[in-house]
Ligand binder design. Structure first.
Ligand SMILES: [Zn+2]
Length: 118
């Protein structure tokens, strides 16, 4: 990411509207269009799905895959639950029924998470 006027006499530091740091040092979460998207402004849903063979998976949908590091989140969850998991089309799938715990974990991280489905 570079400023529009980089390398020209018009160059000036572009600062983040949230943390006040130069954009290059800013670690604020942003979506694909560069808008700040904090966890508290995201509303992920956590649902369960029964797969053939009777296995249940827990699915998190509705997280912005730019503002949220889905790979890191999946890694954390796999470690925490000792379960397998994957990311498919921007949604996190975790093996086993962890819906209520996942809602609680997402809330701890500041997301407006809600359980979904039965
Ligand atoms: Zn920032």
């Amino acid at each position: 990411m570079s400023g529009l006027f980089d390398g020209t006499p018009l160059e000036r530091p572009v600062t983040c509207e949230q943390c006040g740091k130069p954009r290059k040092q800013c670690k604020c979460p942003r979506n694909a269009t560069g808008q700040i998207l904090n966890p508290r402004d995201q509303h992920p849903r956590v649902s369960r799905e029964r797969r053939s063979g009777g296995k249940t998976i827990t699915i998190i949908t509705g997280l912005d895959n730019r503002a949220t590091n889905l790979q890191q989140l999946l890694k954390d969850l796999k470690t925490k639950f000792g379960a397998g998991g994957t990311i498919t089309e921007g949604r996190i799938e975790l093996q086993g029924d962890h819906r209520d715990k996942l809602v609680a974990i997402l809330k701890e991280r500041g997301y407006q998470a809600k359980p979904s489905g039965g």
